[in-house]
Structures are given as C-alpha cells and as structure tokens.
Design a protein around this ligand. Structure first.
Ligand SMILES: [Zn+2]
Length: 486
C-alpha cells in the first residue's frame, strides 16, 4: 500500500504487525523487547544515535538556514538566479562545516511566469458592462495565450470521461475546466496524499485531454484544501503529438462559481497568460560529503529538493527537506562524529519541473550505484513525523528496530513500505534501499505550490522532529557494521 493513514499509524503504534515481521517469530521478537536488543549496533552506537536524536531536537540550525533560503534568497525556481544563489549558499554552508562539497551539473528548463488574468465576460444573469474576476495562476510549463488573451465559452468537466461525448472536436475553440475537487475529508483524516493523487491527475494530464477535444485552453481546479481563494500551481505535461494549449489553475471558489453558472447556461471567459519558456540553463545538485572513516566510498544519502515554485518562497516544499538534510551534517560536525561510511547531503535541483537533478545523479553515478547503501529524502513539508516509509526488503524493519524504537517518543518509529520521494526514486529503482519520514500532511496541501508557502508555516519543533529522524537513521546506517539489508 502506497499510502497509510497517519491516524491509523499512530493508533497501531509500536505493536504494528506487518507480514514481514511474522517471519521473525513472536518469541524472539518479544524476547528482544525484554532484553532491549541493540541489534547490529553496539551499546555505544545506540547511545550516539540517541545523542543525534536529542541534539537535533535542540538546535536552530535547520530553522535558521530555512529562514535564509526562504526570506533572503526567496523563490528558487529551476533556471532562476535565485536557484543558483541557493546552490551556492548550501555549498558555502556545508563547506563551512568541513564537508567536501561539489556541484554536479544538471540541465534544467527555464520557464518564467508572465501576466495571468481571467475574467468572466458574460454568464446567465450578468449585468451588461461588468466582468467577474477569476483568480488563477499558470501551470508550470504552460504555453501562452495571444498577448491580448483569448475569449471563449467554458465547458466544465468533472472527470476525463466527461469529455468522451466531445471527441474529437466538440470543444473546438472552447476553454475546458476540470472541476475535480481535492477531497478535504481524506486530508483531514491524514490521507492527504491520496486526495492529492486523485486530483493531481487533472493538473498533469488536463492540457492533453482538453486539446484532444479541440479546446483552445484548459483550466484545472487547484489541487489543495485552502478555500481562501488561493490558486495552487504545479507542473503539467504536454504530449509531442498533441497541440500545446495554455493551462492554468483556478481557485476552488472560482471553479465552483464557473460550474454553478455553467449549469444555468453559457459562461464566456477571457484568459490572458503570457509565460515564456527560455533556453535551458546549466544548474546543479549541491552535494556535500561527510567522509566515512572506514568506507568513505560507501554512501548514505540525506536529501531534499532545493528548487521551489515561484509563487511562494518554498518553505514547506521543499526548503524544509533540504535543511533537515543539512542539519544531519551539522550535527555530525557539532558532536564530532565520523561514521564508518560517508553521509552525503544532496540538495536536488528541479524536482518540480521534471526531477532533472535526480535523473542526472542516477545517470552520472550509474557505475557507482552499488556503493549507495541507502538514500533518504524528505519532501512532504515540515509536519511532524508519524513513521518512516521505506522501499526495499521487509527485513529492513527488523534490522532497524533498535533504531526506530528510539524514534518512537517522537511518533516516528513505525515503518511502512511505501513511497519514499521523487528524487530518490531512480536510486530505489536500481535497488538502493530508500527512506523518507512519513509526515503529518493534514495541513500540507493548504499551502503547497501557492503564494502562501512561506517561512511562517514552519513549526520549529516539528521541523526538528523530522531532522531527528533523518539524523538518527543516517548515522545508524552509516556506522552499522554491515550494510542495510537488500
Ligand atoms: Zn516538493
């Protein structure tokens, strides 16, 4: 199961049963609980893991770096000068700790937002000479409308299947609105990712679907649960053999407005979008190694993605993940710990518009994948950890048990086989065990990809709880006498 309800995870707590654990037998498992087995780690190593955990909770390093990334540098869209400044900032900060830093080249797209306005120009019951404003924002990679905009009737679809009667050209010249709501109840229950995945299909595939019925532009209902008339952007995809049409996200309120009016009759809208796709830019993953004492060639990755959308300042997505990873290196330095293996901090470039950094890393390190012992990423904000997702053999759960037990006071000790993030996915596909804190995402999609993704959304304690999970796991896997099971 890809997504486990956070509330359920909390409820099952440390006695969670999984098929994997049964192979270890109840007797041995319970005996180990009584004896307090340290597994493959020594008592001293367990004490060090505990120190890493506790030090992470009581340190403002991550928060301070996040404030600089978001407030001083600002939005860090791939290809922008600010993204470049962020790469340099992370390298400088890591270098100051004594880590070995390197830039690894990543070529990224450079899409820039332009004017973006929408207004209804006629609708059932309208007062001649007036317009109604529609709050919207272009989707990443969108092509432009003509400079003076386009004006067309709106066709509302509640699913892809709603377009079937319109094939092949029944919406010719019109604007298609995909009005598929984000399921607030799922989010409230702790299943925000399920709500997101259901709705985000329309953001990703809406432009192609609308073009297939002849539309001149496409709108999608924002994927989020804010209800403060806040548009949420995000990447979209075109297909090479389908016309590229302008694409924007409207707020949930404006989607409701258009849908309600369209039920009564014809709704006509004017849309202006003037984004530009500039030539690709040479950017970089920022990489910092805290070299291992015995096996410096063996690597444990801690990571987040450094790029962000341009509307906000990328605090929850994903400055938070980057500074958690930076804090692991900071704690190793501060506590004077040099694990057997190298702990590698990676600030990935351009997750948002194509995961170019992750792809470049996997390609550049293709001959070195075997040396990657584990890779960890946080890319779901800074909400408190409620467990650890992993991708790999179920044996990992029992192997890590002495470590995850130490994370239970934070609520972060439960393990679940699940999704571990976009940037470590290429490594996971090559067999590297991957990990990610499972985070409380009930509030994440309020601000995700919007102008409100700003520093004030960060809870310092919860940020550090995630940093503690990352730091403790990273040290444990980097200093274990054996590699993470595969
Ligand atoms: Zn992200």
């Amino acid at each position: 199961m890809r997504i486990l309800c956070a509330a359920a995870l909390l409820a099952v707590g440390s006695v969670a049963q999984s098929p994997s654990r049964s192979q270890f037998g109840a007797r041995d498992r319970v005996a180990a609980l009584i004896e307090g087995s340290t597994g493959v780690w020594t008592t001293e190593q367990i004490a060090t893991i505990t120190r890493m955990r506790d030090a992470a909770l009581d340190d403002s390093y991550a928060l301070d770096r996040l404030r600089y990334l978001t407030d001083n540098i600002g939005p860090r869209q791939a290809g922008s000068a600010q993204a470049e400044a962020a790469v340099e900032y992370v390298m400088k900060e890591m270098s100051a700790l004594g880590a070995s830093v390197q830039r690894e080249k990543v070529t990224v797209p450079h899409w820039v937002r332009g004017v973006e306005t929408g207004e209804l120009v006629s609708w059932p019951g309208y007062t001649p000479g007036t317009v109604q404003k529609i709050v919207l924002t272009a989707l990443g990679d969108s092509v432009a409308t003509p400079a003076d905009g386009l004006t067309a009737d709106v066709v509302v679809a509640n699913s892809f299947a709603d377009l079937k009667p319109l094939l092949p050209a029944g919406a010719k010249g019109k604007i298609v609105l995909f009005n598929v709501p984000f399921d607030d109840r799922l989010a409230d229950e702790g299943n925000a990712l399920a709500a997101y995945e259901h709705a985000v299909m329309y953001r990703g595939s809406g432009p192609v679907a609308a073009a297939l019925v002849g539309a001149s532009a496409v709108l999608v209902r924002s994927v989020g649960n804010t209800h403060a008339r806040l548009p949420h952007t995000g990447g979209t995809r075109y297909a090479p053999d389908v016309p590229k049409i302008p694409a924007a996200a409207v707020t949930s309120e404006d989607a409701d407005l258009i849908a309600a009016l369209a039920r009564e009759g014809t709704v006509r809208m004017r849309l202006v979008l003037t984004p530009q796709s500039l030539p690709p830019v040479e950017s970089a993953n920022a990489i910092a190694d805290w070299k291992g004492s015995e096996h410096p060639e063996e690597i444990v990755i801690v990571s987040g993605h450094l790029d962000s959308w341009d509307l906000g300042t990328g605090a929850i997505d994903d400055g938070a993940g980057v500074v958690m990873a930076m804090q692991t290196i900071h704690l190793l330095q501060k506590l004077g710990i040099r694990p057997r293996r190298t702990v590698r901090m990676v600030a990935w470039m351009n997750e948002e518009m194509g995961a170019d950094g992750a792809k470049a890393y996997a390609a550049d390190h293709a001959g070195d994948i075997e040396n990657h012992v584990a890779a960890m990423e946080a890319d779901l904000g800074a909400g408190r950890p409620v467990g650890i997702d992993y991708h790999g053999t179920p044996e990992i759960e029992q192997w890590l048990r002495p470590v995850t037990q130490l994370l239970e006071p934070l609520g972060g000790g439960v393990m679940n086989r699940g999704d571990t993030g976009t940037d470590v996915a290429p490594l996971a596909m090559k067999g590297v065990p991957t990990f990610s804190p499972i985070q409380d995402t009930r509030r994440y999609f309020l601000w995700h990809h919007s102008a409100a993704d700003t520093f004030d959304k960060i809870d310092a304690r919860e940020l550090n709880e995630n940093a503690a999970v990352m730091a403790a796991l990273a040290y444990a896997m980097a200093d274990a006498p054996e590699r993470v099971p595969k």
